[in-house]
Write a protein that binds this ligand. Sequence first.
Ligand code: SAM
Length: 378
Amino acid sequence: MSRINNDTIWPISPHTAAKHHILMKYVQAWAPILAIGSNDRRFIYIDGFAGPGEYSNGEDGSPVVVLKSLKEHSSANKFLGTEFFNIFIEKNSNRAQNLEKVIKKRIEPVPSWLKYRIINGDFNSQLNSILSEVEEGNKSLAPCFCFVDPFGWSDIDYDVLSRVMINKKAEILITFMAGYVERFVFDPMHIPSLEKLYSAQQLDSIRASKNDENLVTKYFLENLTQKIKSNSGVSELFTISFAAYNNHNGLEYYLVYLTKHCKGLEVMKKAMFDSAKDGSYKFSDFDFDPNQKTLVDYGQEKIWLGLASSDCYNVLVEVFGKGKKIPIDQVKSTIICKTKWVYRAEILAKLEELDKIKVKIDKRRKGTYPDRGFIVLN
Ligand SMILES: C[S@@+](CC[C@H](N)C(=O)[O-])C[C@H]1O[C@@H](n2cnc3c(N)ncnc32)[C@H](O)[C@@H]1O
């Protein structure tokens, strides 16, 4: 950590590459929907802890990953008349300068619909002034995706994050260093910053739980969502997270995503699934095989299917009850919005094979579940 904190650039780790893969997949799928498909015809990406734009072996940093995902998008010819505005905030001036240099080299020239601005400053204060400008001008923020990727947790401010989420179409992806919180929870030096995230009672429970990494993230999510709901009046927030482990198989961080829109959740879940090895949203450096062509093993490993089908079945029973005819499109949207799983026909096929569901539909190809049909839960 300390060496990384001082160098302008540093080596990339496999779990950072996985994070970038998720970011790329998400932006590629979601930004055009927001920019082309909405009245705003504008999409704002905020990279709050932007970094130097590159890693020491030349890999792209997150701002470059996002700019490339947009510039080289397969639908880029339809982007004329829209605006993709990217704001990169970086506190360290050497890194901010490096970022500018890398973007000039790897991305410029940019098409007219692609804009970016590098701000050498502190995330919380810069974001507060951007949001104040929007509020003072009585404007509303265009659909916005904010990536919060600090080294630690001390710059995470629930008030600033909930201020972003007040906006109608705002989403946040946070790298939450749960593994470090867990390791430093007894260290007096870190207590003041931890007290900004947790109540005294929660910190006591974390200490008493002896390394319960789930508790660290559970309280974080609870506190953040509660703050967003109370500040913005939003009643329903969708969240999903992806765990990254280091090469000692210790938890490094959770990638935590928050949105008000089920469609956004669907896109993010797909991006996370695509980057996970077994569908459990875990990615570990420990058993990472560098010869593997991609991080995706989803198609081959069916470990996820048993878990996904039983989880989805339980949620469907809870929502609809047994014995009723449920339209298949409602089954799909319930799986997307109310479980942690992506919707895949294999989930319903597994439930059919286990005789947990009956499918009511005139004609269909085996293993397909068209929206015009119904299922009944046994
Ligand atoms: C984990 S790195 C970012 C990596 C980058 N997002 C990527 O994926 O390539 C965190 C960056 O945040 C910067 N930083 C630290 N404190 C900050 C603050 N308060 N506001 C903005 N940037 C900050 C650091 O200098 C560092 O470059």
